[in-house]
Write a protein that binds this ligand. Structure first.
Ligand code: SAH
Length: 243
């Protein structure tokens, strides 16, 4: 089955962009995913093809109009009726690997890219649109966020990464950052690869990796660590909560 990506944007020429290359590019050729871009401006109704207007209440910049966005989203739904619609906005829920996995399990994704000061809020009331952020940064447009999310989805599609690397040992997959990696040469500028990785003892290697993943998550990402250690310390069955 082909994972259907639809991108609503004022800059369709930005796609597939970097997704034309490497893993994603090959997967596109192999039709493991498909890409359709929708020019938001095509849904403007006046002769100047206006998509934005000044913010109600005053202030800098321009806001994307709800009527134009609504028509563009409706069009995308006709193209891909089952796909969830994600609007790119720093006000949204930060994207996670878990959400990416859910998206990949579905028929595809429709991504709405903002520009200027963003969207008229009423689009989120009038249409079933999920607000998603790439993280606590401000981009000039939603397109790089859309490319990042599509890239994260595509690499998980069946057949894209090859059988050996299912991606399940990566950062976030088990709630932890990945352990540090090393490769030859054994010595570089006086620095050596940790001895345990050369021991050939698979159990010892696994234990070392786990402890490094935990230590690094704890020091670098206290937010992830808290969630991980809460889940770990809570009995899986919930049996203790019975009395
Ligand atoms: N005024 C808005 C920012 C607008 S930036 C605010 O302060 O919240 C212009 C567009 O870039 C947004 O509409 C959105 O589509 C995109 N964008 C910017 N930062 C983003 C982020 N962290 N995640 C996803 N999209 C982002």
């Amino acid at each position: 089955m082909t994972f259907a990506a639809t991108v609503l944007t004022l800059y369709p020429e930005m796609f597939p962009g970097p997704l034309r290359l490497s893993l994603a590019g090959r997967a596109l050729e192999e039709q493991r995913w498909s890409l359709e871009t929708v020019q938001i401006r095509d849904f403007a109704t006046d002769k100047h093809r206006t998509v934005d207007d000044t913010p109600a209440g005053g202030g800098a910049g321009m806001v994307l109009k709800a009527d134009v966005l609504g028509a563009a989203v409706d069009h995308a739904r006709r193209i891909s009726p089952e796909a969830p619609v994600l609007a790119m906005t720093p006000r949204g829920e930060p994207i996670t690997q878990a959400r990416i996995r859910e998206l990949v399990a579905g028929p595809g994704v429709t991504i709405l890219c903002g520009r200027f000061e963003g969207f008229d809020e009423r689009i989120f009331e009038g249409r079933d649109v999920e607000q998603v952020s790439l993280g606590d940064i401000v981009l000039s447009g939603g397109e790089p966020a859309a490319l990042a999310i599509l890239d994260a989805c595509i690499r998980l599609l069946p057949g894209v990464m090859g059988a050996a690397s299912s991606g399940t040992e990566e950062s976030f997959e088990d709630g932890l950052l990945e352990y540090p990696q090393y490769t030859r040469p054994q010595e570089w500028e006086g620095r050596t690869i940790p001895e345990v990785l050369r021991s050939g003892d698979h159990a010892k290697v696994a234990a070392w990796r786990k402890s490094m993943a935990e230590a690094d998550t704890r020091s670098r990402r206290p937010d992830l660590w808290e969630r991980y250690s809460d889940a770990r310390d809570r009995p899986a069955s919930g049996a203790q909560e019975k009395d």
